[in-house]
Design a protein around this ligand. Structure first.
Ligand SMILES: CC(C)(COP(=O)(O)OP(=O)(O)OC[C@H]1O[C@@H](n2cnc3c(N)ncnc32)[C@H](O)[C@@H]1OP(=O)(O)O)[C@@H](O)C(=O)NCCC(=O)NCCS
Length: 134
């Protein structure tokens, strides 16, 4: 049988919908929920690049530009910013679109640092193709 599943483009790295449990009493989406979606996106992005498990060790420069609402579609995009022996820094943006699909608007941005871990939870040298270049 031919594999007809379309190839996935490199991003967005996570896409989801804000649901009622994700909102505060004023009806806006919790900032903490948005940060956790960004962290999931960045962890997946880095796990793919380092070929294994990663842990978040730092979040910098978080900025919340505007509130957004229940039902909005949230997409996270990841861009590699810096890399070390075992760590990667990723700039992550969260973008929203309303349910009718109008233009995306960036709502949040931050820089997340992840460390590649071995099976014992200790830092491990990255084994990705880019490790020798970056
Ligand atoms: C990840 C962890 C095992 C690293 O252990 P550690 O003793 O800090 O490791 P090291 O000091 O050898 O540093 C390893 C790398 O992490 C980087 N690092 C560690 N803490 C950092 C921080 N707060 N900010 C930026 N980089 C950090 C170091 O610069 C080093 O990078 P490099 O190898 O690319 O030069 C440990 O910090 C940890 O378990 N933290 C908790 C992670 C966690 O629970 N996250 C939430 C759930 S995912």
């Amino acid at each position: 049988m031919t594999d007809t599943f379309p190839s996935v483009p490199d991003g967005p790295h996570l896409r989801t919908i804000a649901m009622p449990r994700d909102t505060n009493a004023a009806g806006a989406v919790f900032g903490g929920w948005t940060v956790s979606q960004m962290d999931l996106a960045g962890g997946t992005f880095d796990a793919q690049r380092t070929n294994g498990r990663v842990a978040t060790v730092r979040i910098d420069a978080m900025r919340f530009f505007r509130p957004f609402a229940l039902g909005d579609e949230v997409s996270c995009d990841c861009t590699l910013q810096e890399s070390g022996e075992t760590s990667l820094g990723v700039r992550i943006g969260a973008w929203i679109r309303d349910r009718t699909g109008s233009n995306p608007d960036k709502v949040t941005e931050g820089v997340f640092t992840y460390v590649a871990l071995d099976d014992e939870g200790k830092p491990r040298r990255r084994t990705d193709d880019r490790a020798s270049e970056t």
